[in-house]
Design a protein around this ligand. Structure first.
Ligand SMILES: Nc1ncnc2c1ncn2[C@@H]1O[C@H](COP(=O)(O)OP(=O)(O)OP(=O)(O)O)[C@@H](O)[C@H]1O
Ligand SMILES: [Mg+2]
Length: 367
């Protein structure tokens, strides 16, 4: 298939990763007449419940990867910690959208921050810390102005895991131990007024469409709610979206890209600081399923299948709330609420901190 040809209904989308994001991508693909083949290592893979086929194998099982590549028309991913070697192996055999570079950048917080800085996007002060002995020097650097700092593992962090706040010299050694003494990044603590994210899709022709910007609140380091519209001015929202478009263009991106930003201050003069990217559909975009004509999941599938991008217009105000661990036990009352739509991921086991589902509460149908 020529890279610029849209995949017709009946084509097969290969998805790397079998979690809830893959599940919701597979449901969107099914609505478009596209089939999904999941590739994921053994474990709880709720995406396989709703996919046509699945290969459960290790990321380095080249025979399984070879057969998977032969069985699909395009490959995408729902999880950013797939080994780059796996992505390269597949990209040599099939279209991989987004590409290897987006994946590799997103896997390392230093790479992400350096990419943003190279594009003249404002980032918190940061420094690499590869050993406990480097922490003091890095703190002097990011501690300018007496701010607290946050130490994060460069790789494999999610939901606030692998992070420790440093408030004084006494905290430094403990923070290094707390993150497991692995290569890290030290960042200044940003006194943000709010957090927002950009959800921008880029098509194979380089055109982009962005969803409205959600405002995101975290609880215990995990996303709790995404509220749309965000309390930022239209000018700030436009600047945020421009940041997403700049990064997507630089990465020659195809698919849905999420960019997390800190907002400092209020009004049109508010500053935007880059936090991180996710080269995939994102938890802060789950509201799009019930408040937009086209969801982030359909938009991602449209992009990777080479279809024209859909209209991301929002028809309702909405608050998305994650159901984490025991929150999911409230499902009967949530199911009873008017204007609420419940989404469950079908995970086999509930654990504290585990994302089990979410609810989209429609606040007002836009007139
Ligand atoms: N430099 C910072 N200043 C202030 N708060 C921060 C900073 N870095 C992270 N945080 C807070 O911690 C949250 C999680 O951090 P980050 O997004 O870097 O990690 P993560 O583990 O990848 O999270 P997730 O998987 O939820 O996106 C942020 O959304 C923000 O609330
Ligand atoms: Mg984050």
């Amino acid at each position: 298939m020529a890279p610029e040809t849209p995949l017709p209904p009946g084509s097969v989308i290969g998805i790397l990763g079998g979690g809830q994001l893959g599940r919701m991508l597979a449901m969107a693909a099914a609505e478009m007449g596209l089939a999904v083949h999941i590739f994921s290592p053994p474990g709880d893979n709720p995406a396989t419940d709703v996919a046509r086929s699945a290969t459960i194998a290790a990321w380095d099982d080249t025979a399984a990867l070879e057969a998977f590549a032969a069985a699909v028309d395009v490959v995408t991913y729902e999880f950013e910690n797939i080994p780059v070697a796996t992505a390269e192996f597949l990209a040599a055999r099939k279209l991989l959208r987004p590409g290897v570079r987006a994946l590799a950048v997103a896997q390392d917080r230093m790479n992400e921050k350096e990419l943003a800085r190279s594009l003249d996007i404002d980032v918190p002060l940061f420094a690499a810390v590869d050993a406990a002995s480097e922490l003091a020097g890095a703190r002097t650097f990011v501690g300018l102005g007496g701010r607290h700092a946050i130490l994060k593992t460069r790789r494999l962090g999610y939901d606030g895991k692998g992070q420790a706040v440093i408030r004084s010299d006494d905290d430094a050694a403990a923070a290094w131990r707390a993150i497991g003494g692995v290569p890290a990044i030290l960042e200044e603590m940003i006194p943000f007024t709010r957090e927002i994210s950009v959800l921008v899709a880029r098509g194979i022709d380089g055109s982009t469409r962005a969803f409205d910007v959600p405002e995101n609140r975290h609880r215990h380091g995990i996303l709790d709610t995404s509220t749309v519209p965000a309390s930022v001015t239209p000018g700030v929202a436009r600047r945020a979206i421009a940041i997403g478009e700049t990064i997507a263009a630089e990465l020659d991106y195809v698919g849905l890209l999420a960019v997390e930003l800190f907002v400092v201050g209020d009004g049109d003069d508010a500053a935007l600081l880059f936090n991180e990217i996710a080269p995939r559909v994102h938890n802060s975009g789950h509201w799009t399923t019930d408040a937009c004509l086209v969801s982030q999941f359909e938009q991602h599938i449209r992009a990777v299948a080479g279809w024209p991008l859909g209209d991301p217009r929002r028809h309702s105000d909405v608050v998305m709330t994650n159901l984490i661990g025991a929150d999911a036990e409230t499902w009967v009352s949530v199911a009873n609420e008017p204007d609420a739509r419940l989404h469950f991921y079908g995970k086999a086991e509930s654990r504290p901190g585990r994302k089990m589902g979410h609810v989209n509460r429609i606040r007002r149908m836009a007139g």
